[in-house]
Design a protein around this ligand. Sequence first.
Ligand code: SAH
Ligand code: SF4
Ligand code: F3S
Length: 475
Amino acid sequence: MERKETSINELEAAKQLNIITELKARFDQEFEKTGKKKTYHIETFGCQMNSRDSEKISGILKQIGYEETDTEDADFVLFNTCTVRENANNRVYGRLGYLGKLKKSNPDMIIAVCGCMMQEASAVEKIKTSYRFIDIIFGTHNIFKLAELLQIRLDSKRMVIDLWKDTELIVENLPNDRKYSFKAGVNIMYGCNNFCSYCIVPYVRGRERSRNAQDIIDEIKAFAEDGVVEIMLLGQNVNSYGKTLEEPITFANLLQKIEGIDGIERIRFMTSHPKDLSDELIEVMKNSKKICNHLHLPLQSGSSRLLKIMNRRYTKESYLELVSKIRKAMPNISLTTDIIVGFPGETEEDFKETLDVVNKVGYDSAFTFIYSKRTGTPAATMEGQVEETVAKERFDRLLKAIQAGSAKAAGKDEHTIQKVLVEEINAQDSSLLTGRLSNNLLVHFPGDQSLIGKIVDVYLEESKGFYYMGKLINS
Ligand code: SAH
Ligand code: SF4
Ligand code: F3S
């Protein structure tokens, strides 16, 4: 079974590479005539999965001969969409309206919409009826086919729609681009099997499938040889990595293998589902020299009653026990989380349980969301949908509780020397560099841009709450 799939994957990759070569020849010819390179622009919405997918899209387009621009006034504009909350969809429709106007003044412009929103029939219907000027629609499962879809569009001049419900294919070794030269996201698994009752991701990203460990290691080794020092392992639930592989391997074990790759100095990962976080993983993290001092551990709610209805498969008590086990092993670890307020049926008592966990854990920071009804998920038809004003009021109280915790947590490394990965020139003050600590907090300090991509020692002079001001230590 595994071998058969592998060969289909390889055949598919070869086919796509051929099409890329054909298109490149075609683009080169046009370039000779016009002297103008064609440009592309990708607008990415949503999470790190989508950001990584956009890098793959970018890799294919660059190989064909497109050049990237940072405005939507390009020959090929792609929207890589997110649908996790309603407002994500609304933003896309708003931007598409604007693109329609741009296309009127440049009829040769090609517009593609892809990503999670396109895995929903209702969104595709809306585009087909109200946004007729869109040229290509594809989903989350067939990004690797972009060159083929573009070729069909160039030859047919019709709207090209290619949507797959799910897939078992994992097509390796296609071109991909990286936003940063020194850090990279690495998919270790795709899809999600957890079906939390509020969440649309399992419906739009399909069933969970892990990449082969060797493919992951090979990709990271190649990145390391190319100057990457930090990697972020990506999956909706990294703790269940490897369970369905022909030769099962645990996530902790994968981390140990990655630890051995020369050149990689920092390893991050997200997301960890609390229900699957093993003692083995805590042990590996504790003993690792490369895994960062940070764990993102989504809580969603502190009420065991709601957690059950959310289908999260842990309780308030087991979550708190897990946190204390993690803190016992790694006292200085930075914990961050995701929390939803206003889930159907949430009472004031339920919400107070959430506040209680927030106060007990003291997160370094948190992403907080007002529950958004997603059609097709079990929660959408549950009774007791919470009124917007109530949800908003709880949201504000939650923010205050989070901020109180992060004020305490931040600053604990003040007046110490820490390793910092230098990421960029500070956007506000170009005499400063901006980098990241192992615990993911930002540090700004004076320095030369030649340090970008390097890990340097910085003295953390002053804590500003969510970031530090520092001074470079010359070693
Ligand atoms: N796989 C990750 C998260 C993916 S979605 C995990 O399990 O943690 C990112 C976050 O969006 C979730 O953690 C959740 O807090 C939030 N989210 C998902 N569906 C939502 C909805 N319907 N309304 C509001 N927030 C939602
Ligand atoms: Fe959504 Fe739950 Fe899967 Fe995360 S684990 S993506 S919240 S269904
Ligand atoms: Fe959004 Fe899809 Fe990520 S729905 S949050 S982009 S997996």
